[in-house]
Design a protein around this ligand. Structure first.
Ligand code: CP
Length: 308
């Protein structure tokens, strides 16, 4: 049956581990996989800006021997003339073998999947979910910390609108003994459905407002930017945008082996001086993202390693 990736929980925990294992193998020996997608095409349908996600999908497909086509904003496609996502994917299904879609409206990739003849990957839908960023984050944590179970993970910033945080929390909650420290202003706390799912599963978590108070407990600190594009008014954004700034002084409070991640783009929530700290891993994280997307494309196209 054709498989899509719309929500991180569309993948079982076993499937996630398979993706991560395959991504590790690709990273070790990328040349082995350079022809596995010969003749295949990836469509990137991006109705919202992106640097990492779109380019890493495109690099992933090119590295597998395939080719790419698509658009990078709603205004340079027929969406500008009023075409629906459902009609667009029906059309694109004739041109490509697999598709990654980003859209400002929550649920748009699901609509695409319901009308698609090719696998659809959610590359970020509004303030909802971003499952391939989560695969990237899991691969980064597993590679750098050598485990995921039992870690204390601080997630800081805009937990209300930050789709990467929603997907990450849902996924990490499936690992044993992960503790969450959710650091945000009151107004930017996680949505109720995330809060209630943690409570329902009796997962250890706390919600705090001060980053410096919890720094010493953390094994992973996941920083996020305040999502200006999701605010209803500029005044609220301006009031909240500088809520957290991670700097060298705050890093002094952290464990020596804590890692700092960020889905990027960064605005000012991590001071540039932190980039030189060996615990700053957000640029390494980007690299893992390309390998995990290579693994995802292979798996969703039903391609096995034995075909390399
Ligand atoms: N992390 C992420 O989604 O980055 P882009 O918006 O640049 O794709």
């Amino acid at each position: 049956m054709m498989k899509h990736l719309i929500d991180p929980l569309d993948l079982t925990a076993e499937e996630v581990n398979e993706f991560l294992d395959l991504a590790d193998k690709i990273m070790e020996e990328p040349s082995k996989y350079r022809h596995i997608c010969d003749g295949r095409k990836l469509a990137t349908l991006f109705y919202e800006p992106s640097t990492r996600t779109r380019l890493s999908f495109e690099a992933a497909m090119l590295n597998l021997g395939g080719s790419v086509l698509g658009f990078s904003s709603g205004t340079d496609s027929s969406a500008a003339k009023g075409e629906s996502v459902a009609d667009t994917i029906r059309v694109v299904s004739n041109f490509a073998d697999i598709c990654a879609i980003r859209h400002p409206k929550e649920g748009a990739p699901l609509v695409a999947a319901l009308h698609s003849e090719i696998p659809v990957i959610n590359a970020g839908d509004g303030g909802h979910q971003h499952p391939t960023q989560t695969l990237t984050d899991l691969m980064t944590i597993r590679s750098l910390k050598k485990r995921i179970n039992g870690l204390t993970v601080g997630i800081c910033g805009d937990l209300k609108f930050g789709r990467t945080t929603h997907s990450l929390i849902k996924s990490l909650a499936r690992y044993t003994g992960v503790k969450f420290v959710l650091i945000s202003p009151q107004e930017l706390r996680v949505p109720d459905y995330i809060f209630e799912s943690l409570q329902a599963k009796s997962i250890a978590f706390k919600q705090v407002e001060r980053l410096d108070e919890v720094m010493p407990e953390l094994d992973v600190l996941y920083m996020t930017r305040v999502q200006r594009e999701r605010f209803f008014n500029e005044e609220d954004y301006i009031r909240l945008k500088d809520s957290y700034i991670l700097d060298a002084k705050k890093m002094e409070l952290a464990k020596e082996d804590m890692i700092v991640l960020h889905p990027l783009p960064r605005v000012n929530e991590i001071a540039v001086e932190v980039d030189h700290d060996p615990r700053a891993c957000y640029f390494k994280q980007v690299k893992y993202g390309m390998y995990v997307r290579m693994a995802l494309i292979m798996k969703l196209l039903g391609l096995e390693e034995s075909e390399c």
